[in-house]
Design a protein around this ligand. Structure first.
Ligand code: SAM
Ligand code: SF4
Length: 333
């Protein structure tokens, strides 16, 4: 095994796998409510193809897989996918990011199949606001999903929230109070220019500094040491042990410590959310002239060539920055 180390010395251990670009919500910072530019289903990796790519990545030092999307729980064979990743020799740590809508039904089977950690996304505690933000009246399904995840033994339960100016930025403190009451580990994420509608604007983004200032009005925040490659800066709330995280992807980039690589649901490896290039694994997997061993070798090479070409940073703050054409929902957040 040779590790996936880029030209800046960063070792890559974390593979984010998008299982589908489709979703059961329409969060405004992610996709327009009338979005319809879905990937054709025949272009998505089949479960066998997906497992072949993940096995190749694991053989090169990937030891953590996060399943995401789109909404990963929309993939009909999600429980089988989790079980098959867990059956790989030297199985990676396996986690998922989900909107939680289908967790009431799926949390227990997923844990049974080997899922060990989960992040659930929720940006508001208010039903009407949720409806406005996601174009679906389903906040109670998210709450039921959180309860089911807890009952299934998923711990720690992490919640991701994106604050938007004039939309839900008045809820930062309420979200922290709720997370404390429910023993949830809350992380605020700065809004990134990855929405399908291309509507992101720097002025509308609530920055990490603003979030910190707002929370400091109510809580005493002290930094947690040993951040490692985690994107979240964590703070003890009122002396701990509870913590809150702030992910300043735009204003406090953590690219220097990035250990992530991504696989889209149509089989493209991306070195970064903001990459302008991709490496095609689907073409390798569907090439009838290759033996299985040749395919495996080509997949390994595809990971190495992607990582070798990885840029030092995402470049959002460069004047020449161009938003990737693939939105977050089609890359995997
Ligand atoms: N559908 C799942 C969910 O919402 O958790 C998984 C996919 S979603 C793309 C993963 C995470 O990305 C969510 O926590 C979501 O809030 C976040 N996200 C989506 N668009 C974003 C953006 N433009 N900026 C920052 N975070 C974003
Ligand atoms: Fe769907 Fe997640 Fe995007 Fe919301 S953030 S629209 S839940 S993929």
């Amino acid at each position: 095994m040779s590790a996936l180390i880029d030209t800046f010395g960063r070792a890559h251990r974390d593979l984010r796998v998008s299982l589908t670009d489709r979703c059961s919500l329409r969060c405004s910072y992610c996709m327009p409510h009338d979005f319809a530019a879905w990937l054709p289903s025949e272009e998505l990796l089949t479960t066998d193809e997906l497992i072949a790519v993940i096995e190749a990545a694991v053989s090169q030092g990937i030891d953590e897989i996060r399943l995401t999307g789109g909404e990963p729980l929309l993939r009909p064979d999600i429980v089988e996918i989790v079980a098959r990743i867990n059956a790989i020799s030297n199985p990676p740590k396996l986690s998922m990011t989900t909107n939680g809508l289908a967790l009431a039904k799926l949390a227990a089977p997923l844990v049974g199949a080997g899922l060990s950690r989960i992040n659930i996304s929720l940006d508001t505690l208010d039903r009407e606001r949720f409806k406005k933000l996601t174009f679906r009246d389903r906040i109670n399904d998210v709450f039921a999903g959180i309860d089911a995840a807890r009952a299934a033994g998923l711990k720690p339960l992490k919640i991701n929230s994106v604050l938007m100016r004039g939309v839900n930025d008045d809820e930062a403190i309420a979200l922290v109070r709720w997370a404390l009451k429910e023993s949830l580990n809350l992380r605020f994420i700065e809004q990134m220019p990855l929405d399908a509608g291309g509507a992101w604007s720097r002025d509308q983004m609530i920055t990490a500094d603003e979030i910190y200032a707002e929370l400091s009005k109510e809580f005493s925040l002290s930094p947690v040491a040993n951040r490692g490659s985690s994107p979240a800066e964590e703070f003890y709330i009122d002396g701990g042990p509870a913590v809150v995280g702030i992910i300043g992807s735009v204003t406090r980039p953590f690219c220097g410590d990035c250990d992530r690589v991504r696989l889209t649901s149509d089989g493209q490896i991306r070195a970064c959310l903001f990459s302008m290039t991709e490496t095609d694994t689907r073409a390798i997997l569907r090439n009838r002239d290759l033996t299985n061993e040749q395919k495996r070798e080509s997949l390994v090479k595809a990971f190495h060539s992607t990582i070798e070409a990885k840029l030092p940073g995402h470049g959002i703050n460069d004047p020449s920055f161009i938003q990737p054409t693939r939105p977050m929902s089609a890359i995997g957040g």
